[in-house]
Design a protein. Structure first.
Length: 246
């Protein structure tokens, strides 16, 4: 969330706050700026939504969704920098950061690269060992968090399809995004109730679903969020943010 600039907020952000328990807020590298960060933090506080830093690659034109050749040291530095930026607004508002979730290409790169995964985990841990890492289920980031002792939440996706290895289908593929509400809901219910997901080639993949991601810039984000929230509540699923350790 908060992936806008100046006085032009993302149209979905305010409405989405009614249906979510955690918000990952852009920190200025792939999107966002001081005004947007402060306003989005304020909106989350107003709705009682837990706040996380959403650091990405320094690529405004590509929205952080294009891969860049970066070293683990650079990944550590840019993640630490961005966590600090959002933390300033959260602290000024009288709150605490709850989690860290890498954005876009950085998230996917770290999901398969142990060195980048460790760099992101180290940045979060060094900033605040009580933070929770939101990480793609079964990815290298989960492994790195376990080794470091950083709390983590295995993340699954409501609006993205999966490959046979458990990775997200690249956005360059025509079937990467789920735009049908019923398809999204079916996938969510399977992940939450059965801890499984079906890949694009119909392979059943086991995964742990601790937190569910829905992209705020999706065309149907608000409708998806409302339907998913209402359905999970009817199913008796408790919706709440993961609780940080300290």
């Amino acid at each position: 969330m908060g992936e806008a600039f100046g006085n032009y907020p993302m149209p979905n952000d305010e409405a989405l706050m009614n249906y979510i328990s955690s918000a990952s807020i852009a920190c200025g590298f792939h999107a966002g700026d001081p005004n947007v960060m402060q306003n989005t933090v304020a909106a989350a506080f107003k709705k009682g939504v837990a706040i996380g830093a959403h650091p990405g690659l320094p690529d405004l034109q590509g929205f952080g969704r294009r891969e860049m050749l970066i070293s683990p040291k650079e990944a550590y530095q840019m993640v630490l920098y961005q966590i600090g930026a959002l933390h300033a607004f959260v602290k000024a508002a009288g709150g605490r950061l709850n989690h860290v979730k890498a954005h876009g290409a950085l998230y996917n790169m770290a999901g398969r690269d142990p060195a980048l995964a460790k760099a992101i985990v180290d940045a979060a841990h060094d900033f605040d060992p009580g933070l929770i890492l939101f990480a793609l289920a079964n990815s290298e980031m989960v492994i790195a968090a376990k080794k470091t002792g950083l709390a983590y939440a295995s993340e699954v996706f409501a609006d993205r399809t999966y490959q046979d290895d458990g990775s997200l289908t690249p956005r360059s593929h025509p079937d990467a995004l789920i735009t049908d509400e019923q398809q999204s809901l079916n996938q969510v219910l399977m992940m939450v109730n059965k801890q499984q997901v079906v890949s694009s080639s119909k392979k059943v993949i086991s995964l742990k679903a601790d937190t569910l991601c829905l992209h705020g810039d999706g065309v149907h984000a608000v409708e998806f969020a409302k339907t998913i929230h209402e359905t999970l509540m009817k199913e008796g699923v408790t919706i709440k943010a993961p609780v940080r350790l300290g």
